[in-house]
Design a protein around this ligand. Structure first.
Ligand SMILES: NC(=O)c1ccc[n+]([C@@H]2O[C@H](COP(=O)([O-])OP(=O)(O)OC[C@H]3O[C@@H](n4cnc5c(N)ncnc54)[C@H](OP(=O)(O)O)[C@@H]3O)[C@@H](O)[C@H]2O)c1
Length: 265
């Protein structure tokens, strides 16, 4: 098996000694960190990563998601290095199912607009790939609790929680998404690729099946509708991804169903 040396970066306030703190809004800090680590491949996952925060802090979202991505892309392209940008299904407007890479991306959320703008900075540039992930779920070794960890913690405590029955994604577990990003990093695919799970599911279906798989009473998972909540921006109702290109490129890649992904190791 080939081994690769990995340099991990995080935001400037990290206390994790394994991580290099880098503020992506500080061009000098980004240049110094790139020069110090001198990576052959960059997997760029950092972002203002929620629709809510991107809406509330659009200047910061633009600085981190767009401007910093352009800076990293320029560094990589200028030196012939590979760049994988972690993008999102939320670049779509939500009006159709099973979107392919060649379908038009017309984001309706500020978050999606920043991610799409970042993708455009990589378009047609050598060595650059934007990997659009779908909603991620499952356990992570990360110390920051994810949406999934928080929701499962609430349900485990016996507190019912409602999830949208009319908002569709193609959820993928974190471990498979991480393995996919490594495979893509080591490949020579460029442009755009969709990396979603095998099923088109509502958040309600995802959480009910995940609760059952984890031994939590699925009746605690309640259903609500997008129209029940007033959001500051409209939410795309269906951003399911067609991942045929990814599957054809990596036929043995893991994309398990929920029950299999959440099985104890
Ligand atoms: N989670 C999903 O379901 C999902 C689905 C599709 C795509 N994605 C994409 O996947 C990537 C990771 O998402 P996530 O959910 O894991 O998000 P997350 O937990 O919020 O992680 C985002 C990372 O970006 C870092 N970051 C934010 N601002 C920064 C700055 N100014 N300088 C340096 N680092 C900064 C954060 O650092 P701190 O440690 O300081 O917070 C954190 O490590 C994102 O690109 C997101 O768009 C996620």
């Amino acid at each position: 098996m080939t081994t690769h040396e990995v340099a991990l970066w995080s935001g400037p306030s990290t206390r994790d000694p394994a991580m290099r703190p880098v503020d992506l809004t500080d061009s000098g800090a980004v240049e110094s960190a790139l020069a110090a680590d001198d990576p052959a491949v960059v997997i760029h996952a950092a972002a203002v990563s929620t629709a809510d925060r991107a809406f509330r802090e659009p200047r910061l979202a633009h600085a981190v998601n767009v401007v910093a991505t352009g800076r990293i892309a320029d560094w990589c392209v200028g030196r012939g290095r590979r760049l994988i940008l972690v993008s999102t299904d939320l670049v779509f407007d939500g009006r159709a199912s099973w979107r392919r890479e060649q379908d038009p991306a017309q984001p309706i959320l500020e978050y999606g607009r920043t991610k799409r703008a970042a993708e455009e900075l990589l378009d047609h540039r050598p060595g650059c790939l934007s990997a659009r992930l779908s909603l991620l779920y499952g356990p992570t070794p990360c110390k920051r609790p994810s949406f999934f960890d928080q929701a499962m913690g609430t349900l485990r405590a016996g507190i019912p929680q409602a999830f949208f029955i009319d908002e569709y994604r193609t959820p993928l577990d974190y471990a498979s998404a991480a393995a996919a990003l490594v495979a893509l990093a080591l490949s020579d695919l460029t442009g755009l690729v969709h990396v979603g799970g095998p099923e088109r599911l509502s958040r309600f279906d995802l959480m009910r099946r995940a609760a059952r798989a984890l031994g939590i009473d699925p009746k605690l998972v309640l259903a609500n509708h997008l129209r029940d909540i007033v959001f500051p921006e409209p939410r795309p109702a269906d951003v399911s991804l067609d991942s045929s290109l990814f599957v054809a490129t990596f036929p043995s890649a893991s994309r398990p169903k929920i029950e299999q992904a959440l099985e104890a190791p």
